[in-house]
Write a protein that binds this ligand. Structure first.
Ligand code: PGA
Length: 255
């Protein structure tokens, strides 16, 4: 990555793991391990019920707290949902939108991803928007088309100025939780393409300043190689973000 132009972001995505008590213990353990590692932003995206605990435990450290989803409406009759303002009110700084598990199991579409993203930006959150092809799409040779469509629709209505709060995570669906990582070359190809899409929408300066992460079985062993690629500016990490030692190795690889 080019650190003179953009910030590296290493973000954990805990998914449906960890209670508040476990969250507090995890952050207390992690904080001294990553103290002073300021070559990247360190983010933990945690379940809603863990956010307040995480924010408190991360106080005075270089760890930032994010949510794993957000609703697009400001408030109202949306049983079970959480608004962007509710997130910021408890100290949340980041939010993931459009994760493939949300697209796959909860009916998320490119359009609702866009709605969530714009609502989150409006509330002042930094947004990690996930894009990525399924195995069938890769095998059909439509990876770049798929990812570029997802990126374009996700960014509908987003201004060039708002792009400073947008991080794009390339997560090939076939690599998530499977132990099967994209090769550094495969990941680089798509991340470069995503930057090209951002360039076509907002111009070169914004494209070069946009953080593009890779996610999908990134771990302590493969992080360094992936992060050495020109267009990979960080990682969105599932499984390996649940272990302080592994997550720390990845943070160090991003220095
Ligand atoms: P994984 O998950 O690292 O466990 O593959 C990544 C993600 O889903 O964000």
């Amino acid at each position: 990555m080019d650190k003179s132009k953009r910030t590296a972001v290493i973000a954990g995505n805990w998914k449906m793991n960890m209670t508040p008590a476990q969250t507090e213990a995890f952050i207390k353990e992690l904080a001294p391990m990553v103290a002073g590692l300021d070559g990247c932003s360190i983010v933990l995206c945690v379940p809603f019920v863990d956010i307040a605990t995480a924010v408190k435990a991360a106080e005075g450290t270089n760890i930032h707290v994010g949510a794993e989803n957000v609703h697009f409406a400001e408030k109202g009759a949306y049983t079970g949902e959480v608004s962007a303002e509710m997130l910021t009110s408890v100290g949340t700084e980041y939010v993931i939108v459009g994760h493939s598990e949300r697209r796959q199991y909860f009916g998320e579409t490119d359009v609702t991803v866009n709605q969530r993203l714009t609502a989150a930006l409006k509330a002042g959150l930094k947004v990690i928007v996930c894009v990525g092809e399924t195995l069938t799409e890769r095998e059909q040779g439509v990876t770049l088309e798929t990812v570029s469509r997802q990126t374009k629709v996700a960014l509908m209505g987003v201004t060039a100025d708002e792009m400073k709060n947008v991080i794009i995570a390339y997560e090939p669906v076939w690599a998530i939780g499977t132990g099967r990582t994209a090769t550094a070359e495969q990941a680089e190809e798509v991340c470069a393409d995503i930057r090209g899409v951002v360039c076509s929408l907002y111009g070169k300066e914004v494209a070069e300043a946009t953080t593009v992460q890779y996610g999908g079985s990134m771990n302590a062993k493969n992080a360094e190689e992936l992060l050495s690629m020109k267009n990979i500016d960080g990682g969105l990490i599932g499984g390996a973000s649940l272990k302080t030692a592994d997550f720390t190795v990845i943070v160090k690889a991003a220095q």
